[in-house]
Design a protein around this ligand. Sequence first.
Ligand code: SF4
Length: 437
Amino acid sequence: MKFYIEPLGCVKNQVDAETIISNLNAAGAELSENPDEADLVIVNSCGFIEEAKQESINTVIGFRRDYPDKKIILSGCLAQRYQEELRRELIEADAVFGNSRLDDITALAFSVTGAERGISRRAETERIKLLSLPGSAYVKIAEGCDNRCSFCAIPLIRGGLVSRSIDDIVSECRGLLKRGVRELCLVAQDLASYGAGTSESLPGLLSALSALDSDFWVRLLYLHPDHFPFKILETIASDKRFLPYFDIPFQHASPSLLRAMNRRGGAEEYLDLIARIRAAVPDSVIRSTFLTGFPGETYTDFDILLDFQDAARMDWLGVFVFSREDGVPAYSFKNRVSKKTARERKTILETRQTPITETRMDRFIGRRMRALVEEKLDAFYLGRLFCQAPEVDGALVIESAHPLQLGAFVDGIITGRAGFDLRMLPAPTSGFTYAPR
Ligand code: SF4
């Protein structure tokens, strides 16, 4: 049986899609990169906010239109969140499969297609196919979330926090490194909560990973600011393989609005957090996200956010408009902000962030740095530096007269910037020192 998978949504959902591929492969099914050749199409959906939900449904309808005779399974977060309704109403899908028990996809896929199961091999613990660019892999260290932010539907979909054991994660990372992966992006709904209620902790995990004897990058994505684990700064300050890249979604800076979001903190606490990180690791890169248009957001709240943006001078910023999601507390909050105002505030923040990001990236020009080579495009390569996370930040243009290996590290000089992208001239053999510390 040949299957094609359409991975939608966030990187945590990507890890699920990779796990589905491995599970089906272990049962003798073959992954097809082209839906034309597949017997089964799996749409691994996102159910986080309105736009993403609509995109997932349109994707299923699109496949049904293009492939009237193929079998289609809707999996992922949208399927998990609205199983019963979708089973009843989304007639374009032959089956709806939530993401709470990914092992069960195999039985469903073979029953939906009526295909003969191949010789079952032991269930794959390793994800045989990584959907990231060469050299990089996401490692999901926990599932679910206990923070219960009042605007967020993820706990409805993924449930409460469940952390994997450090041994389990380290063994997966060891396997990935053996396969040539160089960058390990640790992800969860909230990395900072990893191990809560258990003997495990994020500092403990980093020190266990630091015992691995190979050259790699560890990147941390999604650290909730209200319980930032400061002890990780020791490992990051002393071991250059742990990147001084901090993805901390502040969402807002107005204390009263953050309370309504069921979050603590505020501009003062968050500026103090950023100052402590930069003091511990001077060349730290800070990425964050802001939410505009949350019910009750006043002009004063927005001014507080603008002042915070100016004072924080973060390297990267993503801005999202509040989505009124059923089933979460904020759905019934009063004083709603119009979409128009919310979008205007998003545009104002993004416009003000551009010169901040450009200036922040300029500090790397002239430095000797290490890059991960990801793609070959015509006369140059694309890659990333430690200060550039996959998919969300600017890229690195590598101008090399020599062929470079995709998925490998290369050392070189940063020669300039164009917009959010930096340029590098490789200088592989000249005794590289890792510039930031
Ligand atoms: S921490 Fe993130 S995933 Fe958890 S409830 Fe808040 S926004 Fe949602």
